[in-house]
Design a protein around this ligand. Structure first.
Ligand SMILES: Nc1ncnc2c1ncn2[C@@H]1O[C@H](COP(=O)(O)OP(=O)(O)OP(=O)(O)O)[C@@H](O)[C@H]1O
Length: 640
């Protein structure tokens, strides 16, 4: 039987904490525990760090009995990358190799259930499972519907809404829903509109273009057909660790319960119910930690001054203790009016400098808010504070782009040094080209595997040559050299002509290879980061303070040096909604709206180590100033 000892933990501490920090007793209890248990802990308590410590210790004890594996699931790539980053500090890391699996839940579902299911039921290969590609193709098909019908549909369902609302039933992909109603309940099945919409949805599926939700539909279909998958998965993995459990939707929970057998797998679910910020995670079916859950109530992230001010700004206060070794700076409310809102960020920057944080070793300064989209009636959202703010989707997991140029841009922006990522995008660009040219393999679209197999069957040497080319392109990209021209020439003059048996390629393929236009909303993560960064120049060339703006959803799990929480409008102004909690008057919550607002605010307010600021409208502050001061907030008014 495996066991984790204090000595194991001491050893890992030196790897994880070069500054000499230590795990306390509650961390040690969590790290040592190898039973099925829930772990609930406050923000910044070191939940993820303790999980990483446990994984690094277990890694040294691999292989487990019967060569069973460890499965770690999280909700965001940030979490996965954090684990990857830390574990690569160990030589010969085996955590990311068979039989282990570490990924987001979505990637797990795609790999083990949705893709095999699609192959089985549709006898073809999945082209993409990501929302950007799905929406792009959805819109293309929608614009093929005759104008008259399209206009009628759009009057009722704006296109963006329609993309999200036209879905298959989880239990039966023969049934299509439009929002909460069956499609035939919205448009009678005798109408052309019904047929157009049904064809559109089916067409996407038949072409392997899946939304994230479709992947779950495929997954359930697979489990129903092959119930033995539960045994296969449950004997492969000895441990299942689920981080950020509070964000697991009821449908994800249902699926995981179906594939992991509790009697065979040790399951640890780690989270903080106060930080549940994804819509579906806040209803009655959401995760409730077991009564015997282990808990950690001290935050390693933030100072006692911050702990005191945020303690009651959550659904279920749990007496958070701050980190005594962090300097106390009074949390501050920056009060603004409509006519001086543009001074909020400069004021925050001045406060950072006043508190000498611009000279801190770690300088992560962020301004975050709930709503990033410009409001149609001019209510305050992130762009009101910083007009060039651009809310972009997280495109790191994208696998498909609309031009070769965009594939190469994506390759250039890979920040994780994993060759497979480069290779995957390069191969995907080739697969994309085969689709444009309508080249199929026994009536199916090529997958990376079937492509290489087909070429190998014809001539093994060609696969070796292709691999050499790919390796060269990866190296050149890493060295900052341009590969666009060479890759385009390869696709149009060699690759496609070889598969097609003809030198003639279509105009669409030529356009794909030459277009340098980046489709809307697809600007790179790095560019977006630059656009969304306010730079404040410190007097007399002493340096600058960079403040990055983002939505709360995107900074989940992050640790900042200073965070400014910006009041924004979503049905109501959020701080106005929550001012009683900021004054530490906690009341039990009723209603979904307030609960959601509170969870989002709690995630935002618990990011900084040293300095927490709020940007609050004068109207929200009015009448509350004295009470806010009494509970520890400093108030700074922006002068006109
Ligand atoms: N034992 C420790 N001693 C000192 N610092 C620690 C310790 N554990 C974690 N930290 C630091 O505290 C910060 C928060 O840690 P971590 O992200 O693991 O917390 P978390 O509980 O997962 O946070 P969140 O609730 O926001 O998801 C990080 O900067 C981490 O390096």
């Amino acid at each position: 039987m495996i066991e984790i000892t204090n000595e194991d933990i001491d050893n890992i501490e030196t790897i994880l904490f070069p500054d000499g920090s230590k795990f306390n007793e509650s961390h040690r209890t969590v790290i040592k525990n190898l039973e099925t248990v829930d772990i609930k802990a406050c923000p910044g308590s070191g939940k993820t760090t303790s999980l990483i410590a446990k994984l690094l210790i277990l890694e040294k004890k691999l292989p487990l009995e019967n060569n069973r594996g460890i499965c770690v699931l999280t909700h965001t790539n940030v979490g996965v990358n954090e684990i990857k980053g830390r574990s690569s500090q160990q030589e010969g890391s085996r955590l990311f190799q068979y039989p282990n699996h570490i990924s987001t839940i979505q990637v797990f579902v795609d790999k083990y259930l949705a893709i095999p299911s699609y192959k089985h039921f549709y006898h073809g290969n999945v082209y993409s499972i990501d929302m950007d590609t799905y929406i792009e193709h959805f819109k293309k098909l929608f614009y093929k519907i005759p104008w008259r019908f399209r206009q009628n549909i759009e009057r009722k369902f704006p296109l963006e809404d329609l993309c999200q609302k036209l879905v298959f039933d989880f239990e039966d992909d023969g049934i299509i829903y439009l929002g909460a109603k069956k499609l035939e309940g919205v448009y009678s099945n005798a109408t052309d509109t019904y047929q157009y919409l049904k064809d559109l949805k089916v067409d996407l599926l038949e072409n392997g273009i899946l939304s994230y939700r479709d992947a779950y539909v495929m997954a359930f279909k697979f489990i129903k057909e092959f119930p033995e998958i539960r045994d296969l998965i449950s004997t492969r993995f000895k441990f299942l660790y689920m981080d950020e459990m509070q964000d697991t939707s009821p449908i994800q929970m249902k699926l995981l319960n179906q594939v992991f057998d509790k009697s065979l797998v040790t399951i640890q679910r780690i989270g903080d119910t106060n930080q549940a910020i994804f819509e579906s995670s806040s209803d009655d079916l959401s995760w409730k930690p077991d009564k015997r859950a282990l808990s950690i109530s001290e935050s390693k992230r933030f100072s006692p001054a911050i702990a005191k001010c945020i303690e009651k700004v959550c659904v279920d206060p749990q007496g958070v203790r701050g980190n005594e070794t962090i300097q106390n700076i009074k949390p501050t409310i920056i009060v603004f009016k409509d006519n001086n809102i543009e001074k909020v960020l400069p004021t925050f920057a001045d406060l950072i400098i006043e508190n000498n944080l611009h000279q801190n070793n770690r300088k992560v300064f962020k301004a975050v808010g709930r709503v990033g989209k410009l409001h149609s009636e001019g209510k305050i959202t992130l762009p009101s504070y910083y007009p060039s703010f651009n809310k972009s989707s997280n495109n790191r997991s994208r696998t498909s782009y609309s031009s070769l140029y965009e594939y190469i841009l994506a390759i250039n922006q890979i920040d994780n040094p994993n060759v497979n990522e480069y290779r995957r995008l390069l191969i995907n660009s080739l697969l994309h080209a085969t689709r444009i040219e309508n080249i199929k393999n026994k009536d199916k679209w090529y997958s990376d595997k079937s492509l290489l197999q087909t070429i190998a069957e014809k001539n093994e040497q060609l696969v070796i040559n292709l691999n050499k080319r790919i390796a060269k392109w990866i190296l050149n990209t890493k060295n900052g050299q341009q590969i666009h021209e060479e890759l385009a020439k390869f696709i149009t003059c060699k690759f496609i002509p070889y598969l097609k048996g003809s030198k003639q390629v279509t105009k669409d393929l030529k356009d794909f290879c030459t277009t340098k236009h980046i489709s809307e909303q697809k600007d790179s993560t790095k560019e977006t980061e630059q656009i969304n960064t306010y730079t404040h120049v410190v007097g007399n060339f002493e340096g600058e303070v960079k403040i990055n703006l983002d939505t709360v959803y995107n900074v989940k799990g992050e640790t900042h040096t200073a965070t400014l929480y910006l009041e924004t409008f979503y049905k109501k102004y959020d701080l106005f909604h929550l001012v009683e909690y900021l004054k530490q008057n906690h009341t039990k919550l009723k209603g979904k709206e307030k609960t959601n607002a509170l969870c989002v605010a709690y995630v935002g307010l618990t990011r900084p180590t040293h300095f927490l600021c709020l940007a609050m409208r004068q109207e929200t502050l009015d009448g509350n100033e004295e009470e806010l001061k009494k509970v520890g907030w400093n108030i700074v008014n922006i002068k006109d």
